[in-house]
Design a protein around this ligand. Structure first.
Ligand code: SF4
Length: 348
């Protein structure tokens, strides 16, 4: 255990000078009472001696200790309250999905963006040449789906070629906010192979209020127009919502029912506590079934933390077979216990 990045937690508990023998236990119980199963709880103390007790307590109570790090002379332990929150029961083989972050800059600056994209974010372009090589090597590794995300991929002048290269290797989905389809970008869209390229467009709520609060005024209406436009061009469109509660998820499901959106064209997921998000589910590496993710900066474990050092697998993209092998080996090394906890967190 021990990571170079501070794992975000839902609850931070400063133990002060307390130990298990002197009042830490009631504080822990109080912290859990205010939380939800699946939350990550951090305990910070200047006394490293509480570690063994905390470990034993976690084992006894079926909580899972997932990280320990020393910061400024104090120790910070992170454990998960109860078992992982959801078990979606999907069985997708590791290595079947490949994610590409093409640029990181974006026309929007949503308040929970997991990779801190915005108009001010520096463009870190993967570039057409690297994408072409990745696509060729990916076919040899048995990748069956490619996902292309930005920031906003349609900010790139050569996104048409990038998507064509990916689509030649495997069925490809491009994640977009759907707002830029005019002029030459509309021409680019029209040039894409409809049987190989699908769109995933973000829409967070049935009405503009919540979506616009997170993503900016007027964005719901523009996303909705984008969805209609891409559909009218004959592409498959998947609608993706980031929600905070079960009630919001249900509300969005009903909206999709009304609009006749089929199950396979729906992605509804919780906001993750990564990037610029200040609330959401905290996800540690051990929680995530890996989905290899490539950015200009290297290879990552999962798209939900594509610039976070705790999810970095390698700075070297090539040969792709090497980073795929690294991810598989790391995943296999995990104990049965951890593997049981790892869940598929669907970004698509
Ligand atoms: S969530 Fe998507 S649309 Fe919003 S800033 Fe991030 S990349 Fe851009």
């Amino acid at each position: 255990m021990g990571s170079s990045m501070r794992i975000p937690a839902n609850v931070e508990l400063d133990a002060g000078t307390k130990t298990f023998a002197s009042g830490l236990l009631p504080d822990l119980i109080a912290a859990l009472r205010g939380g939800r199963k699946g939350d990550l709880v951090a305990v910070i103390s200047g006394d490293p001696g509480i570690g063994p007790d905390l470990e034993a307590w976690c084992r006894f109570t079926r909580n899972t200790l997932i990280d320990m790090a020393v910061e400024e002379g104090r120790t910070r332990w992170v454990f998960r309250y109860g078992e992982a929150a959801e078990d979606v029961g999907e069985n997708r083989p590791v290595g079947s999905r490949l994610w590409l972050y093409t640029n990181f800059d974006c026309n929007l600056s949503c308040d929970y963006c997991c990779v801190r994209s915005s108009p001010k974010a520096r463009r870190r372009a993967l570039g057409l040449e690297r994408v072409r090589r990745i696509a060729i090597e990916a076919t040899q590794l048995g990748v069956s789906e490619i996902f292309v995300t930005g920031g906003e991929p349609f900010m790139l002048p050569d996104i048409g070629e990038i998507l064509a290269a990916c689509a030649a290797a495997a069925p490809t989905t491009v994640l977009t906010n759907g707002m830029l389809f005019a002029g030459s970008r509309l021409e680019t869209l029209r040039s894409l192979p409809r049987e190989r390229v699908a769109f995933q467009i973000s829409l967070d709520s049935p009405t503009p209020e919540r979506h616009d609060r997170h993503r900016g005024k007027g964005t719901w209406a523009r996303a909705w127009n984008g969805i209609q436009r891409v559909r009218a061009e004959g592409f498959r469109v998947r609608l993706a919502a980031a929600v905070s509660t079960d009630a919001e998820a249900r509300e969005f499901q009903s909206f999709l029912d009304v609009h006749d959106v089929s199950e396979e064209n729906r992605v509804i997921r919780r906001i993750a506590l990564r990037g610029t998000a200040t609330e959401g589910i905290a996800l540690a590496r051990a929680d995530l079934v890996p989905e290899e993710t490539i950015t200009a900066e290297g290879v990552f474990w999962h798209p939900v933390g594509a610039e976070d050092s705790d999810l970095l697998v390698s700075r070297d993209i090539f040969p792709l077979a090497q980073s795929f092998a690294d991810v598989r080996r790391a995943f296999d090394r995990e104990s049965e216990h951890q593997r049981r906890l790892a869940r598929i967190f669907n970004c698509a």
